[in-house]
Design a protein around this ligand. Sequence first.
Ligand SMILES: NC(=O)c1ccc[n+]([C@@H]2O[C@H](COP(=O)([O-])OP(=O)(O)OC[C@H]3O[C@@H](n4cnc5c(N)ncnc54)[C@H](OP(=O)(O)O)[C@@H]3O)[C@@H](O)[C@H]2O)c1
Length: 320
Amino acid sequence: MKAAVYYENGEPGVLRYEDVADPVCHPKGVVIRVEAVSIEGGDTLNRWRGALRTHPHIVGYQAAGEIIVVGAEVDGLRVGQKVATVGADGSHAELRAVAAASAWPIPDGFDVAKASAIPVTFGTADDCLFEFGRLKAGETVLVQAGASGVGVAAIQLAERAGARVLATASSDERLERLKAIGLDDGINYLREPVSQAVMRLTDNKGVDLVVDSVGGSTLQGSILSLGYRGRVSMVGAAGREPMNVDVSTLMGGNRSLSGVFLGAEIGTPRVRANIQRLIDEAARGELTVIIDKSFPLSRAAEAHAYIESRQAVGRVVMVP
Ligand SMILES: NC(=O)c1ccc[n+]([C@@H]2O[C@H](COP(=O)([O-])OP(=O)(O)OC[C@H]3O[C@@H](n4cnc5c(N)ncnc54)[C@H](OP(=O)(O)O)[C@@H]3O)[C@@H](O)[C@H]2O)c1
């Protein structure tokens, strides 16, 4: 099969389009013919400095397509079925082997590219807001990097739950596009420090919950944006900075900082059912999956570079 591979970490230019061996189906797994690769923030980070589990390495968490092989010990999935899949790596390829427990059926007629972008982004955003963030109707949420994959999901889910939604981005144009999916107030952090803008927009009360997938100095701004009993769901490191944060302001206001990692619970019945629910809701038009741009898999380096240019809103996908 063809795949986008790399032999060393680095900038998008390390990605090459090459022939590699086809993946082998595990007895408890499936192999899909990939129809869409959703490029995750974690994929660009892994390409930059993640471990190379294979040589050459095929990066990538999320891809969707048609099942072509079903493992002998798998019930409930069949050849010809369309599924959205998540794995530790291997999405940037024509074929992909994953555990059957990490393959979610796509409802008939739902766009496979949109389905490819749901499990990690919406599953993570949902956990950040509800399972770990304990969001309630009437509260105010700040979504850092609102135009990101996780951000676009978090804005919609928070709005739908009856929260007021603030979000940050590095451009006014991207913030403007987020209004259509439920953003109430955008903060361009290149023009005003985030915590200052939050206090201005909340009559100095601060927010009840922050979803922070950026980390580093941004995480400090998240902590400083909290109101009394405010919570931060810390879920990523897109900013590529060290996490040297000062947590001293948490205690006085009964505030908290929680780490969230979907991967730790993705194999549980709770998360499996949650992701299927989110896919079904998107298929019914109750959630919006934004595909910003599509590239052929052969142009993976260009697709990664486009993401890192920080122009995208939502997801960039690739088609083998
Ligand atoms: N823990 C988990 O379970 C979990 C699950 C999913 C994702 N994640 C993590 O969450 C993070 C975001 O993932 P994603 O898929 O939402 O990412 P994404 O769609 O690629 O978006 C990343 C966003 O981060 C912002 N950003 C800030 N500093 C940046 C920098 N130095 N370089 C690039 N972007 C920067 C950009 O927005 P602005 O330009 O507007 O600032 C960009 O839109 C990643 O670190 C990922 O690994 C964790």
